[in-house]
Design a protein around this ligand. Structure first.
Ligand code: HEC
Length: 163
């Protein structure tokens, strides 16, 4: 009697093991297929990124400006034409894909805001900090003329490119 019971426990655990393995295979199989698609769809995505992190208190800040149509529109105007010393589109591209004016090509290249995989790893506070202070030793300038509110409007606008 005792022997029989232990046999059926063993059988159960083999069954559980087989089902778990099948589940894992299915899960990782799907994940891999997805990865290959992303690489195929666009060359520079995910984008190699070595940008320094903002100080903790700013890095973890969430955007305090509401994402209203009006705020996004102000962000767009700055991005496409008004930001000084030079509008963002000249380096990041009109469509935010990192394909700006060839005259402004640089190494490292401008961030590709359409790359969801890279952009999802960068929190709002980090985007804010780099726009405000620039990225040293790269072409990314600092935008010290912009008010904080304008920088947050820009953050909302550039997030649109990866939605
Ligand atoms: C002269 C070219 C140039 C202009 C103009 C420019 N950028 Fe950039 N930007 C870059 C480059 C190059 C990088 C990549 C920097 C790096 O790899 O650290 C970059 C990176 C960024 C990043 C990524 C920060 C991160 O942590 O990954 C953000 C956000 C950004 N730029 C926003 C803007 C906005 C907004 C404007 C306009 C207000 C702007 N940039 C104008 C060249 C430019």
């Amino acid at each position: 009697m005792l022997k029989k019971r232990s046999r059926s426990i063993k059988y159960d655990s083999i069954q559980t093991f087989v089902f778990t393995m099948m589940g894992l295979l299915l899960f990782f199989g799907t994940a891999c297929a997805k990865n290959i698609e992303v690489v195929d769809a666009s060359g520079p995505c995910p984008q190699d990124r070595k940008t320094a992190d903002a100080p903790n208190s700013i890095y973890s800040k969430t955007n305090p400006v509401p994402p209203t149509a009006e705020n996004i529109k102000f962000g767009e105007q700055l991005y496409q034409q008004k930001a000084k010393p030079i509008a963002c589109k000249y380096c990041h591209g009109e469509k935010g894909d990192g394909m700006g004016d060839p005259d402004f090509e640089s190494t490292p290249p401008a961030r590709n805001f359409t790359c969801t995989e890279t952009m999802n790893k960068i929190p709002d506070g980090q985007l804010f900090w780099v726009i405000k202070n620039g990225s040293p030793n790269t072409a990314m300038p600092l935008f010290s003329d912009l008010k904080d509110e304008q920088i947050w409007q820009l953050v909302h606008y550039i997030r649109q490119f990866s939605k």
